[in-house]
Each structure stands twice: as C-alpha cells, then as structure tokens.
Design a protein around this ligand. Structure first.
Ligand code: ADP
Length: 184
C-alpha cells in the first residue's frame, strides 16, 4: 500500500528492515545506544560491530528520547543507520506522543540532511517499549505526512513492518485518510 504526500511517497511493506536497500534505515534504539533485542539487536547483528564502535566513539553520552543520531551502515546495503529513541509507554500522559513524533521528525530531518532519497522505518516503540500499536501507527504516519507536506524534495519513506498485524494497523490509518479526503 502506498500514499502520495506532497512530492514524496510513503509505502507500507511487511519485511525485515535489515534487508532494506533504502539509503537510510532507522533503528529503534535505547537511550544508551547499547544495543538490545528486537529490531535494534537484529540491525547490529546484521551490520556488524563497526556500527556499535561508531556510536560509542561519536555518541558516548547516548541519545535522549525523541532525538536521533547517524552512523554508517556497516555490512548492510543501506548507506546509513539513523538511531532514534522512541518513548517507553507509561500510560500516555508522560509526553509519549510528543516523543514519538519527535523521533520520526528528527530521523527524517537527519535523512534529508545526509541527502537520503529513501528511508525505512520500523514501528518504533511498539515492541518491548509497549506503545499501543493503533496509536503508534497513527502518530507515525501523521508525523511522516506532516514532514513530507513541508518538504520540497521528493523522498521515499518505507514503513517496513515486521508482521501482518502491524501492516494492518498502518493500513487502517491510510484507509481512513483516503475516506476523509473523499468526503472532504
Ligand atoms: P521498541 O523498544 O522501540 O519497542 P522493538 O525492537 O521491541 O523496539 O520493536 C519495534 C518494532 O520493530 C516491533 O513492531 C517489532 O515487531 C519490529 N521488529 C523487530 N525486528 C524487526 C526487523 N528485523 N525488521 C523490522 N521490524 C522489526
């Protein structure tokens, strides 16, 4: 499924983000940039140890929630890995939505700064960090849409979702927008 937003395109696909050939892939990291399970572990395993060496040297303080840092992509096909830190879900009144929006926005900003024409995102915070999937899907796509509306360049944003359930949640958001546009 895809949507055209401004000059750009958003695509929803099911897959493993480590196989992506986008210019940049986004990692759902933790604030210590220490690696871990889930998509973070998969990315570091596939990219090799040079990526962790870079984060240690260049970002010894780690990365605060909602912000993003960049390294090369080691052995991956992508050129860059953008490491961003989504919020841990604590019930929704601790600024989680703002932090999740910021994680998407700052990652897109870095991708554009580094000249990327394509960038792949996982569903940040929806695994171990426990952000409810339906809410996270809406926040992710809303922030991506807002960023792309304001961008004059044309880029491809691929949401690389690990299973059909996640694809379903994202697809429902795009379908709702299509209905809203048709009714407007
Ligand atoms: P967080 O700590 O931000 O919640 P997780 O890695 O636990 O991060 O989960 C984020 C999302 O990434 C989940 O939807 C999970 O299913 C998905 N995921 C896990 N491994 C991969 C992978 N190799 N490619 C794409 N998505 C993945």
């Amino acid at each position: 499924m895809r949507a055209i937003i401004g000059n750009s395109v958003v695509e929803l696909v099911v897959g493993d983000i480590t196989n992506e050939e986008s210019d940049a892939i986004v990692n759902a990291a933790n604030s210590q940039l220490a690696g871990g399970g889930g998509v973070d572990g998969a990315i570091h395993r596939a990219a090799g140890p040079s990526v962790m060496e870079q984060t240690r040297q260049r970002y010894p303080e780690g990365c605060p929630t909602g912000e993003a840092v960049i390294t090369d992509a080691g052995r991956l096909k992508a050129k860059y890995i953008i490491h961003t830190v989504g919020p841990i879900w604590r019930g929704g009144r601790e600024g989680e939505e703002d932090y999740l929006r910021a994680a998407y926005r700052n990652s897109l900003q870095l991708a554009v700064e580094y000249g990327c024409k394509s960038v792949a995102f996982p569903a940040i915070s929806t695994g171990v960090y426990g952000y409810p999937l339906d809410l996270a899907s809406e926040v992710a796509l809303t922030e991506i849409r807002q960023f792309l509306f304001n961008l004059s360049d044309a880029i491809l944003v691929r949401c690389v979702l690990f299973n059909e359930g996640t694809l379903g949640a994202y697809s429902r958001v795009l379908e709702q927008w299509a209905r809203d546009d048709a009714g407007a």
